[in-house]
Design a binder for this molecule. Structure first.
Ligand code: BDP
Length: 700
């Protein structure tokens, strides 16, 4: 087993007898590619799991599983019901039939009883993955090999993997996939490329997954040959209209554009004194006659901030840049907002922009690609984090001015701030995923739980995370009792473990932000224009974002702002994101900050080390191929957690001048520094930044 089947292994189940009354004939009259795919998926899954042959027929007498279209169901919805003839899986559309089939197969795989279920509908219309693939075949922040879509400036000749990926996405209800980097190649929209992209749309289509593209706003200039890309220039408007028409001729179900503008060196409307709404609306109006949408990214900030300016704060950028335009975006524009105000750190508070836009569609962007969370070399079960984000209640004031329940999930599903007529706004969920050519898609077998969990939460953000972990584990690793008792437990604790040995207390992930974002790089994370600062200084540490500091906290609705502003009520796990405190500051836990950092790092590194024996206890209960691969990753993580632990603890000990009360930091038993070894032909040299190497030295 190489992991390519992901959670759709359809391994034979232990107790197939409980499903013996399930009819062996699947009747589907559907002619569309999606309906044929649904029937075939059901046949394949049931045959494999139940160990008896199932067949697909156009008509049937007697008992059968009926796959049917039911136009009365709400959009993208399905219903599973039993009747005297057998079982119905009804979908409101061919794609919804697929969702019903995959859900049914999941019930069988996890050996749950077949019951009549109430109609299942997705929480929001946008459920996409973004892939940061470049046309040359590389992937920005991709950790699992090269692109499944592109190579050498072209769409791959063989798109088998792209089709298989769409099947995986459909199995968890994902309905869109943006295939190219948000830092888009400037010629993305050239006629030659568009013709090739249409081939990707073709392999996605049977699975109900629509193709989207990231575009660069300068396209009218770079490929259109115009002398401007000013969004309100009539020539530019006409160019986008004809480009949209060209795209829809090739790809009739094209989903839309994702736009990164005025951000990290990408050009944007600010060049002409125009607003994000000016730019987004021109695109939206070009796409509208064809049914497309614009996902305009809220990730707009100045990456040349002055570290010496105590008021400078990157976290403020979302609200500062977008709130003034609230209500000016067209109805088919959605602002795509990263979960936190900085950039996918191990823990950030949720972005205040979610509660600040009341007349604008919004969607949440999360990152399955573990850029700052261990790059698929560490196990980090991200649904735990996402659920915490989605459940965070921003306490936005209602019409009467009083705070009301406004969890992030109610905002991104369009319910908290509905349209003027009371209907839910368009909204949704985007995962930056970055699968690659590695057979198992994301390199770490456990990372696939994140893609699976993303789909489940996008479909229903109330899905409990332990249910996600349990079901994914059973489908991926099998139903052996010891495996079922071990894997979900490991997953469910893993976010805390990673946070604990990287950047606890809301400090952010202490990697070198100018480089690979992997491994410790504490001082190098500071004193640059990118603004991912934590202000570790002699007197203390943390960003002062109170009203005496950068004022960022005031961007939250008043009740939540008051909670974050006060040291008495700020949760320990967000403290340093909001406050600058001395190293011996006492946390709610009763410990001093610095002692808590030491202790957390020891505890978390130990927890990471324990993954190895925990995993070894499953030997023989999991196929040897995936067992061995995963074991090696856990062994790596155990070692790397120690590297993290020691780098951070030594940095805190030196910076604070406060030793570890338990005398561990700097005295780890059995630890030998490379520079203490006598090695012929090698000399120790100083390393900058010092904390990234043991004892600040390397051997060369
Ligand atoms: C950062 C990544 C960078 C992306 C950027 C973005 O490091 O590669 O281009 O986000 O989301 O996290 O645009």
């Amino acid at each position: 087993e190489d992991g390519s089947a992901a959670w759709l292994r359809y391994a034979p189940i232990a107790n197939a007898k409980q499903y013996e009354t399930l009819p062996a004939v699947i009747v589907s009259r559907g002619e569309s590619a999606s309906e044929r795919a649904a029937a075939e998926e059901l046949r394949r899954g049931l045959t494999s799991m139940l160990g008896r042959p199932f067949t697909v027929a156009k008509n049937g007498r007697g008992a059968a599983i009926l796959l049917t279209a039911d136009a009365h169901l709400p959009s993208e919805s399905y219903r599973i019901a039993r009747n005297i003839h057998g079982l119905h899986i009804d979908g409101s559309s061919p794609a919804a039939e697929l969702y019903g089939v995959f859900h049914f197969l999941e019930l069988i795989a996890s050996q749950r009883p077949i019951r009549d279920e109430k109609t299942q509908s997705p929480s929001a219309t946008i459920r996409w993955t973004d892939e940061w693939d470049n046309l040359n075949g590389t992937i920005e922040r991709g950790y699992a090999g090269r692109s499944i879509f592109f190579d050498n400036g072209h769409v791959r000749a063989d798109l088998t993997r792209a089709g298989e990926y769409a099947r995986l996405l459909a199995s968890v209800g994902i309905n869109g996939c943006n295939v190219n980097n948000v830092n888009a190649d400037l010629d993305t929209l050239s006629p030659e490329h568009l013709r090739e992209f249409a081939r990707i749309a073709d392999v996605f289509r049977p699975w109900g997954v629509k193709l989207a593209l990231s575009i660069d706003l300068t396209s009218p200039q770079t490929i259109g040959g115009l002398d401007t890309f000013d969004p309100v220039d009539p020539k530019v408007i006409a160019w986008w209209q004809s480009k949209a028409a060209e795209i829809y001729k090739l790809i009739p179900d094209f989903a839309g554009f994702t736009v990164k503008a005025d951000s990290e060196g990408r050009k944007g409307p600010s060049q002409y004194g125009r607003t994000p709404a000016d730019a987004a609306n021109v695109l939206a109006r070009a796409l509208k006659p064809h049914g497309g949408v614009v996902l305009y990214r809220g990730f707009v900030y100045n990456n040349h901030l002055d570290w010496n300016d105590r008021k400078a704060d990157r976290a403020r950028a979302g609200v500062d840049n977008f709130v003034k335009n609230d209500g000016t975006f067209d109805p088919n524009v959605i602002i795509q907002i990263k979960e936190g105000p900085i950039d996918f750190q191990a823990r950030e508070p949720v972005s205040p922009l979610f509660a600040a836009l009341h007349k604008t569609n919004v969607a949440i962007e999360v990152q399955t690609a573990q850029e700052y969370t261990g790059q698929q070399r560490h196990m980090v079960f991200l649904p735990s984090m996402w659920k915490w984000v989605l459940d965070t209640d921003l306490r936005a004031p209602g019409a009467d001015g009083k705070p009301r329940a406004t969890p992030v999930k109610s905002i991104v599903t369009g319910h908290a701030f509905p349209n003027a007529d009371g209907s839910a706004r368009m909204g949704g969920f985007i995962s930056v995923t970055n699968v690659g050519l590695d057979a198992n898609w994301l390199h770490h077998p456990m990372a696939m739980a994140n893609l699976y969990g993303f789909g489940r939460l996008a479909w229903n953000p109330d899905t409990p995370v332990d249910e996600i972990a349990n079901t994914w584990s059973t489908m991926t690793w099998g139903s052996d009792a010891a495996v079922r008792a071990t894997v979900p437990k490991m997953l469910l604790g893993s976010w805390q473990v990673y946070e604990g040995h990287t950047g606890p207390n809301g400090i952010g992930t202490l990697t070198n932000i100018l480089g690979y974002h992997f491994g410790p790089g504490i001082e190098s994370a500071e004193r640059n224009g990118w603004g991912q600062w934590f202000r570790g200084e002699k007197d203390g540490i943390g960003m002062d974002r109170t009203s005496a500091g950068t004022g960022y906290i005031q961007q939250y609705p008043p009740e939540l702002a008051a909670k974050y502003e006060s040291l008495a009520t700020i949760p320990d796990d967000l403290l340093l994101f909001f406050h600058h405190v001395p190293y011996d500051y006492r946390l709610h836990s009763g410990k001093t900050l610095v002692q808590s950092i030491y202790d957390t790092h020891y505890a978390s590194a130990l927890a990471a080390a324990e993954y190895v024996p925990q995993w070894k206890s499953l030997q023989g209960r999991i196929d040897p191929e995936r067992y061995t691969q995963t074991l090696h990753l856990f062994e790596f993580q155990a070692g790397h957690a120690i590297v993290w632990r020691d780098a951070i603890n030594q940095w805190f000990a030196k910076q604070s001048g406060i030793p570890d009360a338990m005398h561990r930091v700097g005295n780890d038993p059995g630890r030998m520094e490379a520079e203490a070894v006598k090695a012929d032909g090698f000399t120790p040299v100083d390393v900058t930044p010092w904390e990234t190497a043991s004892g600040g030295k390397a051997m060369v």
